[in-house]
Design a protein around this ligand. Structure first.
Ligand SMILES: Nc1ncnc2c1ncn2[C@@H]1O[C@H](COP(=O)(O)OP(=O)(O)OP(=O)(O)O)[C@@H](O)[C@H]1O
Ligand SMILES: [Mg+2]
Length: 257
């Protein structure tokens, strides 16, 4: 059984069919790319999976459960994270405190508890601290743990978003253009982190991205949307060589990247 099953998913905006009859199966631990021209419906798909947008018709099944009608916070609890939804992290907290706040979303105690040092909280606090530092290790931010999040460079802020999502115990990351505005070094680092999170934490990723070279290097499989319809799906090499995909989106030059 796939971790995420999308069946005949459609979304209309007035007369516009933004997404039409989309079927997708995404396996546990897969890094799945969703590509296509501007306005093809990619973000609309992610919004429907995250729950901020209601489908006009169709179903979304996560881990065997129909979540089509669940509100976003219930999907978060089940392990779906829209990673850069609020691109900015908590600006007035340190890097470590950001991750602790994320861990707290998945714990039963109140946010205040993690900052109040009562004896009964000490063990729990220590455990949470160690876990948060582990998350920071995954995204290479241990050295910056005590810096204010707002002062981190753009690439590091995005890495921190991954750590926060991980701290909420998310199993499915929805990434909408995670590489936008990054330099080559930051892109390399982000790709490496996404792979590490998959390999070591079993995180499943759906990535919408226009950087085709990165998508080819990162994704196990790719689906291509054009005017809301899936026009191709398969291994990266197959998809970028597909005649319809080249015509609709890539053009001859990009397909050769
Ligand atoms: N809230 C909305 N109200 C009306 N139309 C919308 C809304 N959201 C998206 N659309 C339209 O739906 C279509 C799909 O938009 P979407 O944002 O999903 O495209 P996209 O593939 O993510 O594009 P891009 O690569 O530019 O981000 C577009 O024509 C867009 O204008
Ligand atoms: Mg978009």
């Amino acid at each position: 059984m796939a971790l995420l099953e999308i069946r005949k998913l459609s979304r209309r905006f007035g007369g516009l069919a933004a997404v039409s009859d989309l079927d997708l199966d995404i396996g546990q631990g897969e890094i799945f790319g969703l590509i296509g021209p501007n306005g093809a419906g990619k973000s609309t798909v992610l919004n429907m999976i995250g729950g901020t947008l209601t489908p006009t018709s169709g179903r979304i099944i996560f881990n065997g459960e129909d979540i089509t009608k669940l509100p976003p916070f219930r999907r978060t609890r089940r392990g779906i994270a829209r990673v850069f939804q609020r691109d900015v992290v908590f600006r007035s907290l340190t890097v470590l405190e950001n991750v602790l706040a994320g861990s707290n979303l998945s714990s039963k105690s109140g946010l205040a508890d993690i900052f109040i040092k009562t004896p009964s909280m000490r063990n729990r606090e220590k455990e949470m601290y160690e876990k948060a530092m582990e998350m920071l290790r995954f995204v290479n931010l241990v050295q910056q743990a005590d810096e204010m999040a707002v002062n981190l460079p753009h690439g590091n802020q995005r890495a921190l978003c991954l750590a926060i999502a991980l701290a909420t115990k998310a199993r499915l990351f929805l990434l909408d253009e995670p590489l936008t505005g990054m330099n080559n070094e930051e892109i390399e680092a982000m790709m490496c982190m996404i792979k590490t999170l998959r390999d070591e934490k079993g995180v499943t990723n759906i990535i919408v991205e226009h950087n085709i070279k990165a998508v080819k290097g990162l994704c196990d499989r790719i689906a291509v949307l054009d005017y809301g319809k899936k026009i191709a799906e398969g291994l990266p090499q197959e998809v970028v060589a597909n005649k319809n995909v080249i015509e609709a989106y890539l053009g001859v030059e990009e397909s050769a990247v």
